[in-house]
Design a binder for this molecule. Structure first.
Ligand SMILES: Cc1cc2nc3c(=O)[nH]c(=O)nc-3n(C[C@H](O)[C@H](O)[C@H](O)COP(=O)(O)OP(=O)(O)OC[C@H]3O[C@@H](n4cnc5c(N)ncnc54)[C@H](O)[C@@H]3O)c2cc1C
Ligand code: SF4
Length: 556
């Protein structure tokens, strides 16, 4: 692994860039800009964990939210379905990991590229009533070189499938070996005339770039990887940023405000350090990579006489158009062991329905993959066992039922589109505050009727597949009254050419503030089909190149 070169920048000296957040996007931007010779300070609110810190502690992860920011740890979030309701305090609505590497550390690693259609859907499909559905200002062709950069610099395993968009270079690692649930999915899909193929994942199927291949421990979704086979920005990017000698990573530092001067340019970033002492770092430019919930909150908290509605918010679009991605799940009980808990979350995907037929009368699309119905760990499953299929829920009968169900089930999950709506948003809660006194994230969200119809359609298709797979019992579920939280936080500072309907331009620069950039899930114009992080990372590589070029030309 690259050797870290310690560098410390005085706060009163102006560094080239302050990056807020070291997650999927922030880690890439930090590496790219520091390797290009710029002085970079990364402010990350969480700790810098290592592979040796990660455990299989299901209670800690699933019950105590050890890796998530939640109300229990002093970071309240509130939720309501519409602006007519009073928002209620919830444990975790916008679920993300607070540590170096952000949610790329404990995500599942499903890594679908967007396709050409995703960038121009509004033109092809027309408007969708009640939404801000729009084309992107860039195309798939613009982003393709950066998708390939993600493949090779972050580490992706897969095989080009029949539906995949064109790629300029093969995957660096072959696909993961097929797991039990996906043997069933593959067989059923072929029986129905569909085209299942190996799921692309940000997980190494074999040693690559000095990291080992996956050991198939089964604790992927929600957990950090103990062998560094999962391709987080924590392991793939941050070590290179630190090795550049130009990057200082300050952990335990929670940013509260971005200051601007009378000319409307950002000057410094204010934060609390590990001892809760308030500090400020001066910078020539600031790049917000705090994710689709925290970046808009920070902008809204950074209001000033010049920007009374929040920094970079003359469009009024900061915090708006929040998209979660839809989902559905069909669980089947089989007469023989499936052992779907083993290995990575999924190894096969059916992408025949990326775009649903417009004649269905609603907009949508997505993919179906095979998995274990829970995170693939016994405790999580134990908490719901007996409710999935009507077995005993207490005593020896329950134990036997749990052991049987845990090893004999598979789930076929749908991952689908979300439409951008102004009524779905992140705003500042007027009542609840976090331990620093910052207004809590208030999330207002109700899925569009087309998104619900899409989830339902995928639920039915998964049920058909489950029947074809030979399940003896089937249980199906989707959020039919609307989702009330997610770990996919997209669209709240969208990219666009028109400053009236977008927050950043196609180079990730704020329309309002020339030395402020947003680069994370907030910048997505549309949601894709359910796995946004490959695109968040590709956009980060692209943004870093644009920012570096602009800095070299003295245009920041
Ligand atoms: C359990 C789980 C499974 C997932 N599985 C998948 C999957 O299979 N495929 C997929 O595509 N996506 C998946 N995701 C979603 C994916 O992880 C996110 O889309 C992605 O990480 C978002 O990247 P980001 O850069 O926008 O933000 P993040 O990765 O969330 O990074 C933001 C960083 O900013 C820091 N930060 C925030 N506010 C502040 C502040 N004020 N001061 C200092 N630091 C701050 C945070 O601590 C964090 O480290 C999953 C997420 C979870 C939680
Ligand atoms: S399944 Fe593989 S990639 Fe996932 S946590 Fe275990 S070893 Fe790491």
């Amino acid at each position: 692994m690259a050797q870290a070169l310690t560098v410390t920048f005085p706060e009163r000296d102006e560094v080239d860039f302050v990056i807020v957040g070291s997650g999927s996007a922030g880690g890439i931007i930090a590496k790219e800009l520091s390797a290009a010779g710029h002085s970079v300070v990364v402010l990350e609110q969480g700790p810098h964990l290592q592979a040796s810190d990660f455990t299989h502690d299901e209670w800690g992860i699933d019950h105590n939210y050890d890796m998530k920011w939640s109300t229990r740890q002093g970071y309240p979030q509130t939720f309501r379905k519409s602006e007519n309701e009073e928002a209620e305090l919830r444990d975790s609505v916008c679920g993300y990991a607070h540590n170096v590497g952000g949610s790329s550390v404990h995500f599942s690693g499903n890594f679908w590229r967007f396709r050409p259609i995703d960038f121009m859907e509004a033109t092809v499909r027309g408007t969708v009533g009640g939404t801000n559905f729009a084309d992107w200002p860039i195309s798939y062709e613009d982003l393709e070189p950066y998708y390939t950069k993600v493949d090779w610099e972050i580490g992706v395993s897969g095989l080009q499938g029949p539906w995949d968009p064109p790629r300029s270079r093969e995957y660096p690692c072959p696909p993961m070996p097929i797991k039990g649930s996906d043997v069933l999915l593959e067989r059923a899909a072929k029986q129905l005339g569909l085209t299942p193929y190996p799921a692309p994942v940000a997980i190494l199927s074999q040693p690559f770039n000095g990291r080992p291949g996956c050991i198939h421990c089964g604790f992927c979704n929600g957990f950090g990887c103990e062998v560094n086979a999962k391709s987080s920005s924590m392991i793939a990017m941050i070590p290179l940023a630190l090795a550049s000698g130009n990057c200082e990573l300050r952990t335990g530092c929670t940013v509260s405000r971005v200051h601007t001067n009378a000319a409307g340019r950002v000057t410094e970033v204010v934060y609390w350090d590990e001892e809760s002492v308030e500090r400020a770092q001066r910078a020539k430019a600031v790049i917000l990579c705090a994710n689709g919930a925290e970046t808009p909150r920070l902008l809204l908290m950074s209001e000033s006489p010049l920007f009374p509605d929040g920094l970079a918010n003359t469009s009024g679009f900061v915090g708006q158009n929040l998209m979660f991605n839809g989902h559905s799940s069909v669980t089947g009980l089989f007469g023989a062991p499936v052992n779907a808990w083993k290995s990575v979350p999924t190894t096969r995907v059916v992408h025949d329905f990326y775009e649903l037929d417009p004649n269905l009368g609603f907009y949508g699309g997505g993919g179906i993959d095979g998995r274990h119905p829970t995170r693939g760990v016994p405790l999580g499953f134990g908490l719901v066992s007996g409710q999935v299929f009507d077995g005993p829920s207490w005593g020896v009968g329950y134990k036997n039922n749990l052991a049987y169900e845990f090893s004999h089930v598979a789930a076929f999950n749908g991952h689908t589109t979300s439409l951008p709506q102004g009524s779905n948003n992140v705003t500042l809660d007027p009542t609840y505050k976090d331990k620093f006194g910052r207004p809590a994230i208030r999330c207002t969200y109700m899925d569009h009727e087309d998104d619900l119809a899409t989830m339902r359609w995928f639920l039915n298709k998964s049920t058909e597949l489950m029947e074809a797979a030979g399940a003896v019992k089937i249980a199906a579920t989707y959020p039919e009254t609307g989702q009330e939280g997610s770990s996919h936080l997209l669209g709240t500072c969208r990219m666009g050419d028109d400053p009236n309907t977008s927050v950043i331009d196609s180079n990730n620069r704020s329309h309002d503030v020339p030395n402020l950039f947003m680069c994370d899930g907030s910048t997505l114009v549309t949601s894709g089909r359910g796995q946004p992080t490959m695109t968040i990372m590709a956009l980060a590589f692209r943004a870093a190149e644009m920012i570096n070029n602009a800095a070299r030309r003295n245009e920041i």
